[in-house]
Design a protein around this ligand. Structure first.
Ligand SMILES: NC(=O)C1=CN([C@@H]2O[C@H](COP(=O)(O)OP(=O)(O)OC[C@H]3O[C@@H](n4cnc5c(N)ncnc54)[C@H](OP(=O)(O)O)[C@@H]3O)[C@@H](O)[C@H]2O)C=CC1
Ligand SMILES: O=C1O[C@H](COP(=O)(O)O)[C@@H](O)[C@H](O)[C@H]1O
Length: 486
């Protein structure tokens, strides 16, 4: 979707015909582009930021799509590495940031960029505790010098605060230094293919429009599961827990896209206005609508306190007080060290009177293997007149053979360069999301909710399934999926 004023979808420009390194929504830009990764030696930079930058570079310069085109790949790696300059320094040292500015300026003059037309993107792959000092240093020493079409933008990662108060404090500090259009709060789930597909699916298909409401939908589940534990990140994780790590951000963003009203247009501000509205319609979470868990063995990590109550699993029911969704539970569930790795959205429709075979479900699987399938009842093929559960299936790997689905970070970094904030979290959106979870998080922090132990490799505490059943979810039995063959 592009940022045009009316509500229709236009094809996003491809890398071949529209280099992201020279174009954004406001027209062509020619100044040199410097991407500064602060925290370059950290885990995030290594696992996500640099691979994404490399893939973008490769696509622009080489148009390489086949990851195994080894000769071109090697050539691209070597050229990419030559573009990188390492500058070491302290996050609170003005002189070090002046040195950084000098290095950037050196590159800009080499590329004959007129002062003021340079583009500077600062990616803070850092712990949030240093965001304020780093932002201040960037503002003091490293900004694009004047306004000749260039810009300075910063990208900040979650966790953005620990609760409403700390998030607002952080927002105020950064907001005092940068304007909102310069701040890109990244939530990488917003860069996933099927998350980006949500609004198209909902609003460009006639068949969904009349069904997407309390009259037809019984419940919605948004589920994230990982089949590994905190794996050496226990020290960090224990400070946050699964709600802050996954639910308050990734799953809540997906919730917004499933539950929000149709925006006036696809302009980022209109989309984000609707997200804020639906977040503000969420009722306070009731104690009965929460199950917390902690996998056995979590506390064996030497960096985790022996008496930790931090949840590694949580299932939380959100209830939306508006005309569309009154009475429909949205179950947001996330857990580590479970039976499988997946993220999906499961929309379960209400019963058809007299029909006992099983409910219709529409499942959007974000990962692994992107797919959408609609579980429905059909006549069993053959002479007899009996019914069976089957599916309409759109499996991306099969349907879009040869199409490489970009990594979430690739898309989102490209958006920051293009100046498109549609898939980034606005300040008031962040505030509204913390408002939903802060009372619950404070109760957990005070030890008022206990995490129920569960076995590694299980589906989490059995209490979560009981809560789901109580909320009205009806599991389909006897549904057998037969993977199609080509
Ligand atoms: N295109 C494709 O690739 C398609 C694949 N399939 C595959 O077919 C299989 C069945 O599909 P589907 O029925 O949608 O998914 P599942 O059978 O995996 O899960 C259905 C629902 O039942 C829950 N559940 C699973 N086990 C239990 C249990 N013991 N007690 C209570 N609840 C339980 C799941 O919870 P939870 O989410 O926590 O696991 C989920 O909410 C899956 O493996 C799916 O991937 C089906 C259609 C198309
Ligand atoms: O933000 C986070 O996400 C990852 C999962 O990301 P995915 O794209 O691999 O699904 C999770 O492992 C991590 O705990 C969390 O901080």
């Amino acid at each position: 979707m592009a940022t045009n004023d009316c509500w229709h979808c236009v094809q996003r420009s491809t890398l071949e015909d529209d280099s992201p390194l020279s174009v954004d929504n406001n027209g062509p830009e020619n100044g040199s582009l410097s991407i500064v990764v602060l925290g370059a030696s950290g885990d995030l930079a290594k696992k996500k930021t640099f691979p994404a930058l490399f893939n973008l570079y490769k696509q622009v310069r080489y148009l390489v799509k086949d990851k195994d085109a080894s000769r071109e790949q090697l050539e691209a790696v070597s050229k990419f590495l030559h573009l990188i300059k390492y500058v070491s320094g302290a996050y609170d040292s003005e002189s070090d940031f002046r040195l950084l500015d000098k290095e950037i300026s050196k590159h800009e003059s080499l590329t004959k960029t007129a002062e003021g037309s340079s583009r500077r993107l600062f990616y803070l792959a850092l712990p949030p505790s240093v965001y304020p000092s780093v932002s201040k240093m960037i503002k003091t020493s490293c900004m694009n010098k004047s306004d000749l079409g260039g810009w300075t933008r910063i990208v900040v990662e979650k966790p953005f605060g620990k609760d409403l108060e700390s998030a607002e404090q952080l927002s105020t500090q950064i907001g005092g230094l940068f304007e909102e259009p310069q701040i890109y709060r990244i939530d990488h789930y917003l860069g996933k293919e099927l998350v980006q597909n949500m609004l198209v699916l909902r609003f460009a298909n006639r068949m969904f429009l009349p069904l997407w409401n309390r009259d037809n939908i019984a419940n919605v589940q948004i589920v994230f599961k990982e089949d590994f534990g905190t794996d050496g990140r226990g020290g960090y994780f224990d400070q946050y827990g699964i709600i802050r790590d996954i639910i308050q951000n990734h799953l809540l963003q997906i919730f917004c896209l499933v539950a929000m009203e149709k925006p006036v247009s696809v302009r980022p501000e209109h989309i984000r206005d609707e997200k804020v509205k639906v977040l503000e319609s969420v009722l306070p979470i009731k104690d009965d609508d929460i199950v917390l868990g902690q996998y056995e063995g979590y506390r064996d990590d030497p960096t985790v306190p022996d008496n930790s109550n931090t949840p590694t699993f949580a299932s939380v029911i959100l209830r939306v007080h508006n005309e569309r969704w009154e009475g429909v539970p949205f179950i947001l569930k996330a857990g580590k060290a479970l039976d499988s790795r997946k993220a999906d959205i499961r929309i379960q429709f209400k019963d058809v009177p007299g029909q006992k075979q099983g409910r219709n479900e529409f499942v959007i699987r974000l990962q692994p293997s992107e797919a959408m399938y609609m579980k429905l009842t059909v006549k069993q093929p053959g002479l007899e007149m009996s019914t069976v559960q089957s599916e309409l299936d759109l499996s991306y790997r099969q349907r879009y053979q040869g199409v490489a689905i970009p990594e979430a970070y690739e898309r989102l970094i490209l958006d920051t360069i293009r100046g498109d904030q549609q898939h980034f979290v606005r300040r008031d959106e962040l505030k509204a999301s913390w408002e939903i979870f802060t009372p619950l998080l404070h109760k957990i922090d005070k030890g008022e909710f206990k995490s129920i132990p569960y076995k590694q490799g299980s589906r989490g505490p059995a209490e979560a399934d009981k809560m789901l059943e109580k909320a009205g979810y009806v599991q389909t039995h006897g549904y057998i999926w037969i993977p199609p063959t080509l």
